[in-house]
Design a protein around this ligand. Structure first.
Ligand SMILES: NC(=O)c1ccc[n+]([C@@H]2O[C@H](COP(=O)([O-])OP(=O)(O)OC[C@H]3O[C@@H](n4cnc5c(N)ncnc54)[C@H](O)[C@@H]3O)[C@@H](O)[C@H]2O)c1
Length: 373
């Protein structure tokens, strides 16, 4: 099949391209080589046998001939920093929303359009995700994002109307959008744009909402996203690991190979209109536990500080209910967190150590009153 991947030189795009090219498909990567991810002098891991078009996705509508004759389009190009999106609002809306609009216009011009467009959306569209009040465990609650004053009071956990602490449970796709950051709002908007426009063009939209993806190939120099890469890059240079809040906040970490399994299966699976699927490990891991496992896998020993710092827009907990992806794609994650961390550390240890920019990124957020503590 002839397949295009926007954002194809990124972390997930590269892994997907390798898999698809290895299976004999004709793959085209569209990417502008964003300096925040690739550095000032781009040195991407080019994928052998794969064509690369250096193109800003926002300009795709003016280069529609590049997208002629596709069987499948994957849309991964995006700006991805949650905290950064809170002040670079126009930039995030421009790349993520206008970029999607531009891609749709380019596909609309094609004589032969792809049968599917497969979107990399995010669990961030749920905001805080699903919880239950322990007194009413049968009723899902989707709490409001935490307000700056709650965070300032270190009231980290979500509480119900009666003040009781809520318990996080697996988040299903049926939960409505409740974006708690500009990034999240743009991912919800990407979904809506594709759902609104693609069927009219005879293209089936397939939406994936990824949890926290990690693994070999993740940018080690982007201080705005990828907690595992950021912490590894610090630890290998002997820098301490700052854990925000109380370290009991949790995320669902899924290895990139499992994500690629889902993305690949979605090309040919029999899917209903509007198919929307979570992809996660389905297991919550606290940041404290993650750091312990990462340092163990890396064989590194550096100070770990639970700092009570916080960032506006960060969620407290979220993990995936994968049952829809299991039902539609037969999806089950295969790589455990410990195996994935070992693989990541083996790879990351072969990469250069990059100047740590986490403290500078945090200082920038503090100056804008988007972080404190
Ligand atoms: N990594 C995760 O944990 C995660 C979680 C949820 C959703 N996602 C989504 O998955 C997708 C891929 O994420 P990733 O982790 O591979 O990110 P990444 O930053 O490694 O890759 C994104 C790629 O998009 C490219 N890009 C950025 N702006 C562009 C533009 N204007 N035109 C063309 N290309 C542009 C970048 O150069 C980069 O190569 C994104 O849409 C992201 O929102 C990722």
């Amino acid at each position: 099949m002839r397949i295009a991947i926007t954002g194809g030189l990124g972390f997930i795009g590269t892994a997907l391209a390798r898999r698809l090219a290895g299976a004999g498909h004709d793959v085209l990567l569209i990417d502008n080589l964003s300096p925040q991810i690739h550095g000032a002098i781009p040195a991407p891991t080019l994928v052998e046998g794969v064509a690369v078009e250096r193109l800003d996705i926002r300009e795709a509508y003016a280069a529609a001939e590049k997208l002629e004759g596709l069987d499948i389009a994957y849309h991964l190009a995006a700006e991805t920093g949650t905290a950064q999106s809170m002040y670079q609002v126009r930039g995030y809306v421009d790349v993520n929303e206008m970029g999607t609009a531009s891609l749709i216009e380019a596909l609309a011009k094609a004589v032969k359009r792809p049968s599917r467009i497969i979107l990399a959306s995010s669990r961030s569209v749920y905001g805080e995700g699903a919880y239950v009040d322990p007194a009413r465990p049968d009723r899902l609650i989707q709490p409001q994002s935490r307000l700056p004053e709650q965070l300032a009071a270190h009231a980290w956990e979500l509480r119900g109307a009666n003040g009781a602490e809520l318990t996080p449970v697996a988040t299903p796709e049926t939960l409505p959008f409740a974006p708690g950051s500009v990034y999240a709002a743009t991912k919800a908007s990407q979904e809506l744009l594709l759902r609104a426009a693609a069927p009219a063009l005879g293209i089936k939209p397939v939406i994936f909402r990824f949890q926290n993806v990690f693994g070999e190939g993740q940018s080690l120099r982007n201080p705005y996203t990828g907690i595992i890469s950021i912490f590894f890059n610090r630890a290998r240079q002997g820098l301490s690991i700052p854990i925000y809040e109380d370290g009991l906040e949790s995320r669902d970490f899924i290895h990139v190979d499992d994500i690629v399994d889902g993305l690949e299966a979605a090309m040919t699976a029999d899917l209903p209109d509007g198919a929307t699927m979570n992809l996660g490990a389905g297991i919550p891991t606290s940041v404290n536990d993650l750091v312990r496992a990462l340092l163990g896998a890396a064989g590194l020993d550096v100070p770990v500080e639970v700092t009570a710092q916080y960032r506006v827009g960060d969620i407290r907990h979220c993990f995936a209910d994968n049952s829809e992806a299991r039902r539609l794609l037969g999806f089950t994650p295969k790589v455990s967190l410990d195996d994935g961390l070992r693989r990541f550390c083996d790879w990351a240890g072969t990469q250069p150590a990059y100047e740590d920019r986490l403290d500078a990124a945090m200082a920038e957020l503090r100056a804008r009153k988007l972080a404190a503590g």
